[in-house]
Design a protein around this ligand. Structure first.
Ligand SMILES: [Zn+2]
Ligand SMILES: [Zn+2]
Length: 182
């Protein structure tokens, strides 16, 4: 689907010339959604030969970056232990001392910690502990093992510790059970 007249006019308003617009068509950008494939302003600037500033405006419009939903409100009940240093999973930036789970990284603006799923109640969120039930999160790669231990009747508080102390061989046995139960 080609860019509509309105979309072309928006692009002109962002500073694109008609030559830029036809260049967009040549590189294969035929609709607003194609900008998502382009991915970022630098790539767009390189593809079309646009000044970076204009490319940024276009990408903000096309991908709705300016209208991105606000971050999840920071929780008040769980605060990362001051002894722990949290590094952003995206850019490795060290988070400030008053960092609390769910905060956005001041360096790159993304959520500094991954969103983890709770093995106990299946809700998910950032940080070390589930905000719904208080269970300690286990690594994503071991979520299924933790769910299995829960089905085995282990108490909520014992499961993360159990996974940490289990040997690789013990885990292999558990993985065997996970696979059979699928
Ligand atoms: Zn970051
Ligand atoms: Zn939970």
């Amino acid at each position: 689907m080609p860019l509509t007249e309105l979309e072309k006019n928006v692009l002109r308003a962002k500073g694109l010339t008609d030559a830029n617009l036809s260049r967009l068509g040549e590189v294969g950008v035929g609709s607003k959604s194609d900008f998502a494939v382009v991915g970022d302003a630098d790539t767009l600037a390189a593809l079309v030969g646009l000044p970076g500033e204009i490319a940024q405006k276009v990408m903000a419009w096309a991908t709705g970056a300016a209208a991105a939903p606000a971050a999840i409100a920071a929780p008040t009940n769980f605060v990362v232990d001051s002894g722990d240093v949290v590094h952003c999973v995206h850019c490795k930036h060290k988070q400030p001392k008053d960092y609390s789970a769910g905060d956005l990284c001041p360096a790159c603006g993304r959520q500094a910690e991954p969103i983890l799923a709770c093995f106990w109640c299946s809700s998910s969120g950032p940080g070390k502990f589930c905000r719904s039930c208080g269970a300690q999160f286990v690594p994503t790669g071991e979520l299924e093992l933790a769910v299995l231990l829960r089905r085995d009747g282990l108490p909520k508080d014992a499961i993360p510790a159990k996974l940490i102390e289990m040997s690789a061989a013990d885990k292999d046995v558990l993985w065997g059970r996970v696979r059979r139960s699928r």
